[in-house]
Design a protein around this ligand. Structure first.
Ligand code: UD1
Ligand code: CA
Length: 456
Protein backbone atom coordinates (compact mmCIF):
# COMPACT_ATOMS: atom_id res chain seq x y z
CA UNK A 1 0.00 0.00 0.00
CA UNK A 2 1.34 3.53 -0.71
CA UNK A 3 2.63 5.45 2.28
CA UNK A 4 1.56 8.78 3.77
CA UNK A 5 3.74 10.47 6.37
CA UNK A 6 2.53 12.94 8.98
CA UNK A 7 5.17 15.02 10.76
CA UNK A 8 3.97 16.57 14.00
CA UNK A 9 5.40 20.03 14.56
CA UNK A 10 2.65 22.16 16.09
CA UNK A 11 3.96 22.33 19.64
CA UNK A 12 5.64 25.44 20.98
CA UNK A 13 8.60 23.90 22.70
CA UNK A 14 8.30 26.10 25.79
CA UNK A 15 11.27 24.41 27.42
CA UNK A 16 13.64 25.76 24.74
CA UNK A 17 13.07 29.24 26.28
CA UNK A 18 13.33 30.80 22.84
CA UNK A 19 11.16 32.98 20.61
CA UNK A 20 11.94 30.66 17.71
CA UNK A 21 9.64 27.65 17.23
CA UNK A 22 11.44 24.59 18.59
CA UNK A 23 11.58 22.60 15.36
CA UNK A 24 13.32 25.50 13.57
CA UNK A 25 16.32 25.39 15.89
CA UNK A 26 19.31 24.30 13.84
CA UNK A 27 20.95 20.94 14.24
CA UNK A 28 24.19 20.67 12.26
CA UNK A 29 23.34 23.87 10.43
CA UNK A 30 19.77 23.10 9.34
CA UNK A 31 16.46 23.19 11.20
CA UNK A 32 15.83 19.95 13.09
CA UNK A 33 12.50 19.71 11.30
CA UNK A 34 14.35 19.73 7.95
CA UNK A 35 16.25 16.62 9.03
CA UNK A 36 12.92 14.87 9.56
CA UNK A 37 11.54 16.13 6.24
CA UNK A 38 14.64 14.97 4.33
CA UNK A 39 14.37 11.49 5.83
CA UNK A 40 10.66 11.40 5.03
CA UNK A 41 11.27 12.07 1.34
CA UNK A 42 14.02 9.44 1.30
CA UNK A 43 11.26 6.86 1.91
CA UNK A 44 9.56 7.91 -1.35
CA UNK A 45 6.11 8.38 0.19
CA UNK A 46 2.91 9.24 -1.63
CA UNK A 47 2.43 12.36 0.52
CA UNK A 48 4.08 14.22 3.42
CA UNK A 49 1.80 16.20 5.71
CA UNK A 50 3.24 18.73 8.13
CA UNK A 51 1.10 19.63 11.13
CA UNK A 52 1.88 23.18 12.23
CA UNK A 53 0.51 25.44 14.96
CA UNK A 54 2.92 27.55 17.00
CA UNK A 55 4.93 29.77 14.66
CA UNK A 56 2.89 28.46 11.72
CA UNK A 57 3.75 31.41 9.45
CA UNK A 58 7.45 31.08 10.15
CA UNK A 59 7.31 27.35 9.48
CA UNK A 60 5.41 27.77 6.24
CA UNK A 61 7.88 30.41 5.06
CA UNK A 62 10.96 28.35 5.90
CA UNK A 63 9.62 25.06 4.64
CA UNK A 64 8.14 26.27 1.35
CA UNK A 65 9.15 24.88 -2.05
CA UNK A 66 9.09 21.34 -0.80
CA UNK A 67 6.28 18.98 -1.63
CA UNK A 68 4.64 19.31 1.77
CA UNK A 69 0.96 19.53 2.60
CA UNK A 70 0.40 21.87 5.53
CA UNK A 71 -2.30 21.22 8.10
CA UNK A 72 -2.89 23.84 10.75
CA UNK A 73 -3.72 22.68 14.25
CA UNK A 74 -4.68 25.95 15.90
CA UNK A 75 -5.11 24.49 19.39
CA UNK A 76 -2.64 21.85 20.49
CA UNK A 77 -4.93 19.29 22.05
CA UNK A 78 -2.51 16.41 21.77
CA UNK A 79 -0.66 14.18 19.33
CA UNK A 80 -3.85 12.23 18.52
CA UNK A 81 -5.73 15.46 17.87
CA UNK A 82 -2.91 16.57 15.52
CA UNK A 83 -3.32 13.40 13.47
CA UNK A 84 -7.12 13.78 13.53
CA UNK A 85 -6.74 17.27 11.98
CA UNK A 86 -4.86 15.67 9.09
CA UNK A 87 -7.53 13.11 8.20
CA UNK A 88 -9.14 15.57 5.78
CA UNK A 89 -6.06 15.61 3.53
CA UNK A 90 -4.71 12.15 4.30
CA UNK A 91 -5.25 9.92 1.29
CA UNK A 92 -7.71 7.22 2.34
CA UNK A 93 -6.31 3.69 2.61
CA UNK A 94 -2.67 4.82 2.52
CA UNK A 95 -0.55 3.32 5.26
CA UNK A 96 0.43 5.99 7.77
CA UNK A 97 3.80 6.73 9.32
CA UNK A 98 3.81 9.37 12.05
CA UNK A 99 7.09 11.21 12.73
CA UNK A 100 7.91 13.96 15.22
CA UNK A 101 9.55 17.26 14.29
CA UNK A 102 11.51 17.13 17.54
CA UNK A 103 12.95 13.64 16.98
CA UNK A 104 15.49 14.57 14.29
CA UNK A 105 18.12 11.82 14.54
CA UNK A 106 15.99 8.95 13.32
CA UNK A 107 17.71 7.15 10.43
CA UNK A 108 16.16 6.15 7.14
CA UNK A 109 17.35 2.58 7.86
CA UNK A 110 15.47 2.40 11.16
CA UNK A 111 12.31 3.70 9.49
CA UNK A 112 12.68 1.22 6.67
CA UNK A 113 13.08 -1.59 9.21
CA UNK A 114 9.97 -0.41 11.05
CA UNK A 115 7.98 -0.37 7.78
CA UNK A 116 9.20 -3.84 6.77
CA UNK A 117 8.75 -5.47 10.19
CA UNK A 118 5.49 -6.91 11.47
CA UNK A 119 3.69 -6.14 8.25
CA UNK A 120 0.71 -8.11 9.49
CA UNK A 121 0.11 -5.88 12.49
CA UNK A 122 -2.30 -2.98 12.28
CA UNK A 123 -0.28 -0.80 14.63
CA UNK A 124 3.53 -1.05 14.77
CA UNK A 125 5.23 1.21 17.28
CA UNK A 126 8.94 2.10 17.26
CA UNK A 127 10.10 1.58 20.83
CA UNK A 128 13.53 1.85 22.44
CA UNK A 129 15.40 1.05 25.62
CA UNK A 130 16.73 4.30 27.11
CA UNK A 131 19.06 4.35 30.12
CA UNK A 132 16.52 6.61 31.77
CA UNK A 133 12.89 6.22 30.71
CA UNK A 134 11.53 9.15 32.64
CA UNK A 135 9.28 11.42 30.61
CA UNK A 136 8.52 8.82 27.95
CA UNK A 137 5.38 6.78 27.40
CA UNK A 138 5.97 3.16 28.51
CA UNK A 139 5.26 0.10 26.38
CA UNK A 140 3.03 -2.28 28.35
CA UNK A 141 3.36 -5.95 27.33
CA UNK A 142 1.45 -8.98 28.57
CA UNK A 143 3.32 -11.98 29.99
CA UNK A 144 3.38 -13.46 26.47
CA UNK A 145 5.16 -10.24 25.30
CA UNK A 146 2.18 -8.97 23.35
CA UNK A 147 1.94 -5.16 23.36
CA UNK A 148 -1.34 -4.08 24.94
CA UNK A 149 -0.97 -0.38 25.71
CA UNK A 150 1.25 2.67 25.89
CA UNK A 151 0.95 4.51 29.16
CA UNK A 152 2.14 8.10 29.44
CA UNK A 153 4.32 8.74 32.46
CA UNK A 154 1.77 11.10 33.96
CA UNK A 155 -0.86 8.34 33.82
CA UNK A 156 1.41 5.47 34.85
CA UNK A 157 1.16 3.59 38.14
CA UNK A 158 4.28 2.70 40.14
CA UNK A 159 4.85 -0.66 38.46
CA UNK A 160 4.33 0.81 34.97
CA UNK A 161 6.92 3.48 35.77
CA UNK A 162 9.44 0.66 36.27
CA UNK A 163 9.08 -0.40 32.61
CA UNK A 164 12.18 0.42 30.62
CA UNK A 165 10.84 -0.07 27.09
CA UNK A 166 9.68 3.35 25.96
CA UNK A 167 7.72 4.89 23.12
CA UNK A 168 9.69 6.85 20.52
CA UNK A 169 6.43 8.37 19.32
CA UNK A 170 7.06 7.04 15.82
CA UNK A 171 4.35 4.65 14.70
CA UNK A 172 3.00 2.94 11.59
CA UNK A 173 -0.75 2.38 11.24
CA UNK A 174 -2.42 0.21 8.61
CA UNK A 175 -4.29 2.33 6.06
CA UNK A 176 -7.55 0.44 6.45
CA UNK A 177 -7.79 1.21 10.16
CA UNK A 178 -6.39 4.75 10.51
CA UNK A 179 -9.72 6.54 10.56
CA UNK A 180 -11.40 3.88 12.69
CA UNK A 181 -8.69 4.09 15.38
CA UNK A 182 -8.26 7.89 15.37
CA UNK A 183 -12.04 8.37 15.73
CA UNK A 184 -11.92 6.35 18.96
CA UNK A 185 -9.47 8.70 20.76
CA UNK A 186 -10.67 10.72 23.72
CA UNK A 187 -8.97 13.00 26.25
CA UNK A 188 -9.89 11.12 29.36
CA UNK A 189 -6.42 11.18 30.95
CA UNK A 190 -4.11 13.11 33.28
CA UNK A 191 -3.20 15.75 30.67
CA UNK A 192 -6.69 16.11 29.12
CA UNK A 193 -5.05 15.51 25.74
CA UNK A 194 -5.95 13.31 22.79
CA UNK A 195 -3.07 10.83 22.92
CA UNK A 196 -2.04 9.23 19.64
CA UNK A 197 -0.58 6.45 21.77
CA UNK A 198 -4.10 5.34 22.70
CA UNK A 199 -4.53 3.80 19.23
CA UNK A 200 -2.68 0.84 20.76
CA UNK A 201 -5.25 0.12 23.43
CA UNK A 202 -8.16 0.66 21.02
CA UNK A 203 -6.62 -1.67 18.45
CA UNK A 204 -6.14 -4.35 21.13
CA UNK A 205 -9.75 -3.90 22.33
CA UNK A 206 -10.97 -4.33 18.75
CA UNK A 207 -8.94 -7.50 18.30
CA UNK A 208 -6.49 -5.87 15.88
CA UNK A 209 -2.85 -6.88 16.08
CA UNK A 210 -0.27 -4.55 17.62
CA UNK A 211 3.51 -4.86 17.71
CA UNK A 212 6.52 -2.85 18.81
CA UNK A 213 9.83 -2.82 16.96
CA UNK A 214 12.73 -1.98 19.25
CA UNK A 215 15.12 0.57 17.73
CA UNK A 216 18.71 -0.73 18.19
CA UNK A 217 20.19 2.68 18.68
CA UNK A 218 18.46 4.70 21.39
CA UNK A 219 20.34 7.82 20.21
CA UNK A 220 18.23 7.88 17.05
CA UNK A 221 15.00 8.50 18.88
CA UNK A 222 16.11 11.08 21.40
CA UNK A 223 13.52 13.83 21.61
CA UNK A 224 14.70 17.44 21.81
CA UNK A 225 12.81 19.42 24.42
CA UNK A 226 15.46 21.82 25.74
CA UNK A 227 18.84 23.34 24.85
CA UNK A 228 20.76 20.66 26.75
CA UNK A 229 19.10 17.89 24.72
CA UNK A 230 19.76 19.83 21.52
CA UNK A 231 23.46 20.05 22.41
CA UNK A 232 23.46 16.33 23.23
CA UNK A 233 21.92 15.48 19.86
CA UNK A 234 24.37 17.81 18.12
CA UNK A 235 27.27 15.96 19.80
CA UNK A 236 25.90 12.61 18.64
CA UNK A 237 25.54 13.99 15.12
CA UNK A 238 29.15 15.20 15.18
CA UNK A 239 30.38 11.79 16.30
CA UNK A 240 28.41 10.09 13.54
CA UNK A 241 29.95 12.37 10.93
CA UNK A 242 33.43 11.79 12.35
CA UNK A 243 32.96 8.01 12.21
CA UNK A 244 31.76 8.22 8.61
CA UNK A 245 34.85 10.22 7.64
CA UNK A 246 37.22 7.83 9.40
CA UNK A 247 35.50 4.88 7.73
CA UNK A 248 36.13 6.65 4.43
CA UNK A 249 39.85 6.76 5.32
CA UNK A 250 40.21 10.32 6.59
CA UNK A 251 42.80 10.94 9.28
CA UNK A 252 41.13 12.99 11.99
CA UNK A 253 43.52 14.26 14.66
CA UNK A 254 40.64 14.20 17.13
CA UNK A 255 37.21 12.85 16.11
CA UNK A 256 35.62 14.81 18.96
CA UNK A 257 36.86 18.09 17.55
CA UNK A 258 35.42 18.29 14.05
CA UNK A 259 32.05 19.70 13.10
CA UNK A 260 30.42 18.82 9.78
CA UNK A 261 27.26 20.86 9.19
CA UNK A 262 26.29 19.64 5.78
CA UNK A 263 27.96 17.21 3.44
CA UNK A 264 31.71 16.71 3.30
CA UNK A 265 32.99 14.64 0.37
CA UNK A 266 36.56 13.39 0.58
CA UNK A 267 39.20 11.75 -1.61
CA UNK A 268 41.92 9.42 -0.29
CA UNK A 269 44.53 10.35 2.32
CA UNK A 270 42.79 13.48 3.53
CA UNK A 271 43.96 14.81 6.90
CA UNK A 272 42.01 17.14 9.14
CA UNK A 273 43.46 18.67 12.30
CA UNK A 274 41.42 19.77 15.30
CA UNK A 275 38.59 22.33 15.54
CA UNK A 276 37.67 22.54 11.88
CA UNK A 277 34.10 23.33 10.86
CA UNK A 278 32.70 22.32 7.46
CA UNK A 279 29.48 24.02 6.40
CA UNK A 280 27.19 23.16 3.49
CA UNK A 281 28.64 21.30 0.56
CA UNK A 282 32.42 20.87 0.80
CA UNK A 283 34.61 18.65 -1.39
CA UNK A 284 38.22 17.79 -0.55
CA UNK A 285 40.38 16.02 -3.14
CA UNK A 286 43.05 13.35 -2.57
CA UNK A 287 45.85 14.23 -0.16
CA UNK A 288 44.31 17.48 0.97
CA UNK A 289 45.31 18.54 4.45
CA UNK A 290 43.39 20.97 6.60
CA UNK A 291 45.26 22.37 9.60
CA UNK A 292 43.75 23.35 12.92
CA UNK A 293 40.96 25.90 13.36
CA UNK A 294 39.76 26.29 9.79
CA UNK A 295 36.18 27.06 8.76
CA UNK A 296 35.31 25.92 5.24
CA UNK A 297 31.91 26.48 3.66
CA UNK A 298 30.49 25.43 0.28
CA UNK A 299 33.87 25.07 -1.41
CA UNK A 300 35.94 22.64 -3.43
CA UNK A 301 39.62 22.05 -2.70
CA UNK A 302 41.44 19.93 -5.28
CA UNK A 303 44.13 17.30 -4.72
CA UNK A 304 47.35 17.90 -2.81
CA UNK A 305 46.41 21.31 -1.47
CA UNK A 306 47.20 22.42 2.06
CA UNK A 307 45.06 24.72 4.11
CA UNK A 308 47.11 26.15 6.98
CA UNK A 309 45.79 27.07 10.44
CA UNK A 310 43.06 29.66 11.15
CA UNK A 311 41.88 29.96 7.58
CA UNK A 312 38.34 30.77 6.51
CA UNK A 313 37.18 29.69 3.04
CA UNK A 314 33.67 30.45 1.82
CA UNK A 315 32.16 29.59 -1.55
CA UNK A 316 35.48 29.25 -3.34
CA UNK A 317 37.10 26.85 -5.71
CA UNK A 318 40.70 25.94 -4.98
CA UNK A 319 42.94 24.09 -7.45
CA UNK A 320 45.62 21.46 -6.94
CA UNK A 321 48.84 21.90 -4.95
CA UNK A 322 47.61 25.21 -3.57
CA UNK A 323 48.70 26.53 -0.18
CA UNK A 324 46.43 28.88 1.75
CA UNK A 325 46.99 30.49 5.14
CA UNK A 326 47.74 30.64 7.98
CA UNK A 327 45.22 33.37 8.82
CA UNK A 328 43.79 33.79 5.31
CA UNK A 329 40.24 34.82 4.47
CA UNK A 330 38.99 33.46 1.16
CA UNK A 331 35.61 35.00 0.44
CA UNK A 332 32.87 34.04 -2.04
CA UNK A 333 33.78 33.96 -5.70
CA UNK A 334 37.47 33.28 -5.22
CA UNK A 335 38.85 30.85 -7.80
CA UNK A 336 42.44 29.74 -7.31
CA UNK A 337 44.07 27.82 -10.16
CA UNK A 338 46.76 25.17 -9.48
CA UNK A 339 49.87 25.90 -7.45
CA UNK A 340 48.65 29.23 -6.12
CA UNK A 341 50.00 30.45 -2.79
CA UNK A 342 47.95 32.67 -0.51
CA UNK A 343 49.74 33.62 2.70
CA UNK A 344 48.94 35.14 6.06
CA UNK A 345 46.50 37.99 6.50
CA UNK A 346 45.39 37.95 2.90
CA UNK A 347 41.74 38.52 1.98
CA UNK A 348 40.41 37.61 -1.43
CA UNK A 349 36.92 38.14 -2.88
CA UNK A 350 35.33 37.50 -6.28
CA UNK A 351 38.73 37.07 -7.91
CA UNK A 352 40.47 34.62 -10.19
CA UNK A 353 44.04 33.88 -9.27
CA UNK A 354 46.00 32.23 -12.08
CA UNK A 355 48.27 29.20 -11.86
CA UNK A 356 51.44 29.62 -9.85
CA UNK A 357 50.59 33.13 -8.64
CA UNK A 358 51.53 34.19 -5.11
CA UNK A 359 49.88 36.62 -2.72
CA UNK A 360 52.01 35.92 0.29
CA UNK A 361 51.35 38.56 2.92
CA UNK A 362 48.88 41.18 4.15
CA UNK A 363 46.93 41.93 0.96
CA UNK A 364 43.38 42.53 -0.25
CA UNK A 365 42.52 41.17 -3.68
CA UNK A 366 38.92 41.89 -4.71
CA UNK A 367 37.11 41.92 -8.08
CA UNK A 368 40.38 40.94 -9.69
CA UNK A 369 41.38 38.83 -12.64
CA UNK A 370 44.94 37.74 -12.04
CA UNK A 371 46.95 35.80 -14.63
CA UNK A 372 49.56 33.14 -13.96
CA UNK A 373 52.94 33.44 -12.25
CA UNK A 374 52.13 36.81 -10.74
CA UNK A 375 53.89 37.88 -7.56
CA UNK A 376 52.00 40.28 -5.34
CA UNK A 377 54.18 42.02 -2.75
CA UNK A 378 53.24 42.37 0.91
CA UNK A 379 50.58 44.90 1.70
CA UNK A 380 49.17 45.28 -1.82
CA UNK A 381 45.57 46.46 -2.02
CA UNK A 382 43.23 46.42 -4.98
CA UNK A 383 41.10 49.52 -4.45
CA UNK A 384 37.91 48.17 -6.01
CA UNK A 385 35.35 50.46 -4.44
CA UNK A 386 34.83 54.21 -4.81
CA UNK A 387 32.19 54.30 -2.11
CA UNK A 388 29.38 53.68 -4.60
CA UNK A 389 30.49 51.29 -7.34
CA UNK A 390 32.84 48.33 -7.62
CA UNK A 391 35.49 48.18 -10.35
CA UNK A 392 37.73 45.49 -11.70
CA UNK A 393 41.48 45.09 -11.56
CA UNK A 394 43.21 43.04 -14.24
CA UNK A 395 46.72 41.80 -13.51
CA UNK A 396 48.17 39.98 -16.49
CA UNK A 397 50.63 37.06 -16.51
CA UNK A 398 54.10 37.42 -15.04
CA UNK A 399 53.48 40.69 -13.27
CA UNK A 400 55.57 41.59 -10.22
CA UNK A 401 53.92 44.04 -7.84
CA UNK A 402 56.21 45.63 -5.24
CA UNK A 403 55.16 45.83 -1.60
CA UNK A 404 52.67 48.37 -0.28
CA UNK A 405 51.09 49.12 -3.65
CA UNK A 406 47.54 50.30 -4.30
CA UNK A 407 45.98 49.32 -7.61
CA UNK A 408 43.08 51.74 -8.08
CA UNK A 409 40.43 50.04 -10.22
CA UNK A 410 39.47 50.03 -12.99
CA UNK A 411 43.04 49.35 -13.99
CA UNK A 412 45.07 46.90 -16.08
CA UNK A 413 48.56 45.92 -15.06
CA UNK A 414 50.12 44.80 -18.37
CA UNK A 415 51.80 41.43 -18.90
CA UNK A 416 55.25 41.12 -17.44
CA UNK A 417 55.25 44.59 -15.91
CA UNK A 418 56.89 45.42 -12.61
CA UNK A 419 55.43 47.90 -10.15
CA UNK A 420 57.82 49.64 -7.79
CA UNK A 421 57.13 49.29 -4.08
CA UNK A 422 54.92 51.91 -2.49
CA UNK A 423 53.15 52.94 -5.71
CA UNK A 424 49.58 54.10 -6.19
CA UNK A 425 48.67 52.91 -9.68
CA UNK A 426 45.69 54.72 -11.20
CA UNK A 427 46.35 54.18 -14.92
CA UNK A 428 47.05 51.04 -16.96
CA UNK A 429 50.71 50.03 -16.95
CA UNK A 430 52.59 49.02 -20.12
CA UNK A 431 53.77 45.44 -20.69
CA UNK A 432 57.26 44.50 -19.61
CA UNK A 433 58.15 47.88 -18.09
CA UNK A 434 58.88 49.14 -14.58
CA UNK A 435 56.22 51.60 -13.41
CA UNK A 436 56.35 53.41 -10.11
CA UNK A 437 54.75 56.48 -8.57
CA UNK A 438 57.08 56.99 -5.67
CA UNK A 439 58.64 60.40 -4.89
CA UNK A 440 62.41 60.41 -5.26
CA UNK A 441 64.35 59.65 -2.10
CA UNK A 442 66.37 62.53 -0.77
CA UNK A 443 68.59 63.13 2.21
CA UNK A 444 68.69 66.53 3.87
CA UNK A 445 72.05 67.71 5.04
CA UNK A 446 72.14 69.87 8.15
CA UNK A 447 68.88 68.47 9.54
CA UNK A 448 68.93 67.86 13.29
CA UNK A 449 66.76 65.59 15.37
CA UNK A 450 64.54 67.56 17.72
CA UNK A 451 65.70 67.48 21.33
CA UNK A 452 63.51 67.44 24.41
CA UNK A 453 62.86 70.88 25.88
CA UNK A 454 64.35 71.46 29.34
CA UNK A 455 61.68 72.04 32.02
CA UNK A 456 62.60 74.76 34.47
C1 UD1 B 1 5.12 11.85 23.15
C2 UD1 B 1 4.38 10.52 23.34
C3 UD1 B 1 5.20 9.63 24.30
C4 UD1 B 1 6.59 9.43 23.74
C5 UD1 B 1 7.25 10.77 23.46
C6 UD1 B 1 8.54 10.53 22.71
C7 UD1 B 1 1.97 10.94 23.17
C8 UD1 B 1 0.72 11.13 23.92
N1 UD1 B 1 3.07 10.75 23.91
O1 UD1 B 1 5.15 12.51 24.40
O2 UD1 B 1 4.56 8.37 24.45
O3 UD1 B 1 7.37 8.67 24.65
O4 UD1 B 1 6.42 11.61 22.64
O5 UD1 B 1 9.30 11.71 22.53
O6 UD1 B 1 1.96 10.94 21.94
N2 UD1 B 1 2.42 17.95 18.84
C9 UD1 B 1 1.52 18.51 17.95
N3 UD1 B 1 0.27 18.83 18.38
C10 UD1 B 1 -0.13 18.61 19.66
C11 UD1 B 1 0.76 18.02 20.56
C12 UD1 B 1 2.04 17.69 20.12
O7 UD1 B 1 1.85 18.73 16.79
O8 UD1 B 1 -1.29 18.93 19.96
C13 UD1 B 1 3.75 17.61 18.37
C14 UD1 B 1 4.86 18.37 19.09
O9 UD1 B 1 5.18 19.56 18.40
C15 UD1 B 1 6.01 17.38 19.05
C16 UD1 B 1 5.33 16.01 19.06
O10 UD1 B 1 4.00 16.25 18.64
O11 UD1 B 1 6.76 17.48 17.86
C17 UD1 B 1 5.33 15.35 20.44
O12 UD1 B 1 4.64 16.15 21.37
P1 UD1 B 1 5.11 16.28 22.87
O13 UD1 B 1 4.15 17.15 23.58
O14 UD1 B 1 6.55 16.65 22.93
O15 UD1 B 1 4.91 14.78 23.38
P2 UD1 B 1 5.60 14.06 24.60
O16 UD1 B 1 4.98 14.50 25.85
O17 UD1 B 1 7.06 14.19 24.46
CA1 CA C 1 8.59 15.54 23.11
Amino acid sequence: MPLSIIILAAGQGTRMKSSRPKVLHPLAGKPMLQHVIDKSFALKPDQVILVIGHGADQLRAQMQNQELEFVEQSEQLGTGHAVAQSLAVLKPDNDLLVLYGDVPMISVDALQTLLNNNKSSVVNVLSFLPDDSSGYGRIVRQTDDKVVAIVEEKDANESQKQIRESNSGIVVIDGDQVKYLIDKLDNDNAQREYYLTDVVKHAVASGLSVSATICDDANEVLGVNNQAQLAQVEAIYRQQQASKLMNAGVKLYDPLRIDVRGSLTVGVDVEIDVNCVFIGDVKLGDNVSIAANCVIANSTIAANSNILPMTSIDTASIGQRVSIGPFARIRPGTECADEVKIGNFVETKKSQIGAGSKVSHLSYIGDTEMGSDVNIGAGTITCNYDGVNKFKTIIEDDVFVGSDTQLVAPVIVGKGSTIGAGSTITRDTPEGKLTLTRAKQLTLSGWLRPVKKQQD
